[in-house]
Design a protein around this ligand. Structure first.
Ligand code: LLP
Length: 383
């Protein structure tokens, strides 16, 4: 929902652009702090949105950083996240990236394979450092989400499978520049119910106990991210029910008193505070419905094209209650460049402003310059 003042501001701003509601972001951060038990460490997953202005606010609120590339580690450090609050995951870390993270003494590498353990050990030895690592485990828990963003099944490329545990432990005993400090899990993203998280907890308990029996009582258990947001009703549920989410872990995770819990949430932090704002370029007749052709396309927001993701679309220039159905599309030379089919909008004409809601996570960061398009700009409610 946008105020008249905001809409007037949009009228004078070249489109398309991402609009971020800073007040909503701040309120979301407060809710996370309120809902999470004090002893939980929450890392914000930069991959969801690494816009420096937003990162600054998240850092100031006292969260850690979860990174998946050397450049994300660099961005987190530049913004001022303390290096001992930075975790670094990813199935294919390059030597340059590992060296950079070692150099900056990050808190922990989430390691995804035996091959990677060996390389980190070698590089740490060269730097005369001990690399702190957590093993990313593939727990084989179904997140029941889109298959492109499911990560915790045996068929996925992520993590170390339970049948490799003995080999990994034997290897770790031989590596002199690795310190095993934790276990890491992440089963997928945009998880819409709490059941997969309960199943994850039960699996973590089993795996944690297996390691304890082998003599490894590891201080850090990282359960990843994945909490979904309500794309259908962004105004009704602008802030996720964090209390119920953390309650699942309080209730079902059975850790030893010396073990601490870490989370890596991205979408739930930032998803609802961003909208992609664009203008209608043309209305064109179609066979079934008319097309509303926007000046924003899949280069600005790829989620509908890539995951058939739903985003609520609103005509904010004309809010009359009577609606007509439009296929809302972008200007890119691909038929997948479609934000929504048969979308009910109030009568729409050239020049109208269209808001594509819940685009704060995996929107701006996934934009591209395909077709030599301009990179999407961002505007903040506090500018
Ligand atoms: N930790 C790890 C190891 C991850 O791979 C991810 C997301 C997260 C944490 C944060 O997950 P979140 O809380 O944001 O669900 N581009 C896709 C989402 C890809 C998620 C990748 N990994 C989308 O637009 O839906």
């Amino acid at each position: 929902m946008f105020s008249q003042e905001q809409i007037n501001k949009f009228k004078n701003t070249p489109t398309p652009f991402y609009y971020y509601d800073i007040d909503l972001l701040k309120r979301t951060l407060i809710e996370i702090k309120k809902a999470a038990p004090k002893e939980y460490s929450i890392h914000y997953a930069l991959k969801a949105n690494s816009n420096p202005k937003l990162l600054q606010i998240i850092k100031e609120a006292g969260f850690g950083a979860d990174c998946v590339s050397g450049n994300e580690v660099k961005r987190a450090i530049e913004i001022g996240f303390q290096s001992n609050h930075i975790v670094f995951a990813g199935v294919g870390k390059s030597d340059v990236e590992i060296n950079y993270a070692l150099n900056n003494n990050i808190f922990c590498f989430n390691v995804e394979s035996t091959a990677e353990l060996i390389v980190i050990d070698e590089l740490a030895k060269t730097q005369n450092k001990i690399a702190k690592v957590a093993l990313r485990i593939n727990p084989n828990v179904d997140a029941h989400t889109h298959k492109y963003i499911t990560t915790g099944l045996e068929e996925n490329k992520f993590g170390i499978n339970p049948y490799e545990f003995d080999t990994v432990i034997d290897l770790i005993k031989k590596l002199s520049h690795i310190q095993l400090i934790g276990l890491h899990f992440h089963i997928g993203s945009q998880i819409g119910t709490l059941t997969p998280f309960k199943n994850l907890c039960l699996r973590v308990n089993e795996i944690n106990n297996w390691f304890i029996e082998k003599g490894y009582l590891l201080p850090h258990i990282n359960v990843g991210g994945g909490l979904g947001i309500n794309y259908h009703e962004p105004d009704k549920e602008s802030i996720v029910d964090f209390e119920s989410f953390f309650n699942v872990f309080k209730q079902f995770l059975e850790l030893k008193p010396s073990q601490s819990v870490h989370f890596e949430l991205g979408r739930a932090f930032i998803g609802q505070c961003g909208s992609l704002i664009s203008r209608v370029l043309y209305i064109k007749n179609g066979i079934n419905t008319n097309f509303a052709i926007l000046d924003a396309g899949m280069t600005d927001l790829i989620r509908p094209a890539l995951y058939q993701a739903y985003h609520k679309i609103e005509n904010i220039s004309n809010t009359a209650s009577q609606t007509i159905k439009y296929d809302v599309v972008g200007p890119i030379c691909e038929s997948s460049d479609c934000f929504g089919k048969a979308v009910s909008l109030s009568e729409t004409k050239r020049g109208d402003l269209i808001a594509i809601r819940s685009a704060g996570a995996y929107g701006e960061v996934m934009s591209s310059s395909y077709n030599l398009r301009d990179i999407t700009k961002s505007v903040f409610s506090v500018d």
